[in-house]
Design a protein around this ligand. Structure first.
Ligand code: SAH
Length: 493
């Protein structure tokens, strides 16, 4: 065990899922924030356990060529981003490698490389902001939580957000100060304003402002609107009633104070309606590339039924509808399902159906009704698929499963589980939707082993001949291997 407060010299040899550097000291993994792969550092141990320790850089003895000056003023304090201390080339490399390592270690793969689609820009890319609000000496301020705390770090200009979002924040803070609107205090549970939520349609330019309040009313609404209407694109103001303890931003109830209560945006040439609650990928450009990759990997034909589990407002389902016979989307949040139905209508799409419910349970019910999916798309939250979903996929036996994931570890776990059900990994691609932050999106395609023989164009007659022949002689090794695999799949050998 390492000694607390002691300083050790070590080289950073890897990264954690949260983007911290890992250095090995006397066989013990030391997690070091702000450290870059290859750097030789003097590290002070802050916390020591048997197999791991947490440390801080005291001095960098050999600096990485990827180390840069932080462009963001509050990067060191703010818990929002993780990578302002390194260049984007290193960030992309480590993200792709994290996906590769997860698929190999947990998913049982043996991949030498996972390709990544890096983002074309690291700035102003987010289409959604959620600022917690706090108060100091009677003056309100907003920003982001300090890593691992609920302490608000004031951020005047957040570089990953478009400028209008900071303008909204400033306008709301100005209004709060002028009209002495109370600010929520977590410790007492008193005070009104909790969070400023802003969503922007990147193509439409429309802005939705949703204020999370510990109450049902807001004073001086016209004066607030007066300020917000000066911001280009401001379209609608909504209140969300959030009277529960905890860090959820949105409550259950929404009250529209101005405008339609939603905004519109265009994604993959489709028009979408977005309410505050609806899930919508926060990086518009990269989301389009992600969905494009999903469409390519799904290899859909007009005869196919596509099942889109965890469909949100129907983005992937609707982007795939033109190529498919039919798409069925399943989503647990009723408001998102309503949006998805409306999105189908507003785009004139008639071959899409949406159901509200738990993905796994709904898929099992659909399967029991005799509905089969030729292709399945799953895009679950971080915890990944549950047992019901895996079981439903197994029973429905789609030819291909396109898995969009925001957590490489749970993705890799599910890949291993799906492999047990007769699937195999066809390809994996990381797509960076979150530059400067440790999150990474991955898309993988799994196919039923039987696909091999379709892809290799082995016809069933040939299979019969070969069964009879037992040992084929006129085949290339690849073809023989594919046929063997197909035999195994059909239980012939
Ligand atoms: N595919 C969509 C949404 C992906 S985010 C898109 O790309 O825009 C994941 C979605 O899963 C969210 O909309 C969330 O509300 C939904 N979800 C979470 N748990 C679920 C469950 N158990 N069953 C169905 N949907 C669920």
């Amino acid at each position: 065990m390492l000694t607390k407060s002691e300083i050790y010299e070590a080289t950073v040899c890897d990264y954690t899922a949260e983007g911290q550097g890992i250095a090995k000291v006397e066989g013990c993994a030391v997690f070091v924030p702000n450290a870059i792969f290859g750097e030789r550092c003097r590290i002070r141990i802050e916390r020591a356990q048997k197999t791991w320790a947490a440390g801080k850089i005291v001095e960098i003895l050999e600096k990485s060529p990827h180390r840069v000056n932080r462009e963001c003023e509050v990067a060191k304090l703010c818990g929002g981003c993780d990578f302002w201390h390194m260049d984007y080339a290193e960030e992309s490399r480590l993200k792709a490698d994290r996906v590769r390592q997860a698929l190999n270690r947990i998913g049982g793969e043996n991949l030498e490389e996972v390709p990544i689609l890096p983002a074309p820009t690291c700035q102003s890319y987010r289409n959604k902001a959620q600022y917690p609000v706090a108060q100091r000496k009677g003056k309100a301020y907003a920003g982001f939580f300090r890593a691992g705390t609920h302490q608000v770090v004031e951020n005047r200009r957040c570089l990953i957000l478009p400028e209008e979002m900071d303008q909204v924040k400033d306008a709301v803070i100005d209004y709060v100060d002028q009209f002495r609107v109370s600010v929520y205090d977590e410790t007492t549970g008193k005070g009104l304003l909790r969070h400023i939520y802003v969503r922007k349609g990147v193509v439409s330019g429309q802005i939705l402002v949703c204020l999370s309040v510990n109450g049902r009313k807001l004073p001086h609404v016209p004066e607030l609107l007066n300020r917000l209407q000066k911001i280009p694109g401001f379209t609608t103001l909504v209140l969300t009633v959030n009277q529960k303890q905890g860090n959820a931003v949105l409550g259950e109830e929404f009250i529209t104070l101005f405008g339609p209560g939603y905004i519109e945006d265009t994604l993959c040439n489709l028009n979408f309606r977005l309410s505050p609650r609806s899930f919508y990928q926060i990086n518009h450009h990269q989301a389009q590339r992600l969905y494009q990759a999903a469409i390519e990997q799904a290899q859909i034909t007009k005869a196919d039924t596509v099942l889109d589990l965890y469909c949100g407002v129907g983005t992937i389902s609707l982007a795939m509808a033109a190529a498919a016979g039919k798409v069925i989307g399943v989503e647990v949040i009723p408001q998102a399902v309503e949006d998805a139905k409306d999105n189908a209508r507003r785009n004139g799409i008639e071959n899409a159906e949406f159901f509200c419910g738990d993905a796994g349970k709904a898929a099992l019910e659909l399967e029991a009704k005799g509905i089969r999916a030729d292709v399945a798309v799953v895009d679950p939250p971080r915890k990944g698929l549950n047992a019901d979903t895996i079981e439903a996929l197994h029973r429905m036996s789609p030819r291909r499963i396109v898995y969009v994931s925001c957590d490489p570890a749970t993705l890799a776990r599910d890949v291993a589980l799906l492999k047990e059900k007769g699937y195999r990994l066809q390809n994996a691609l990381a797509v960076d939707l979150f530059p400067r932050c440790a999150h990474i999106e991955t898309i993988v395609c799994l196919s039923k082993l039987a696909d091999t023989h379709i892809e290799m164009e082995i016809d069933p007659e040939e299979l019969n001949t070969i069964t009879a022949k037992v040992s084929p002689t006129n085949l290339t090794p690849e073809r023989e291997a594919a046929i063997r695999e197909a035999f195994q799949y059909y239980g012939l050998i």
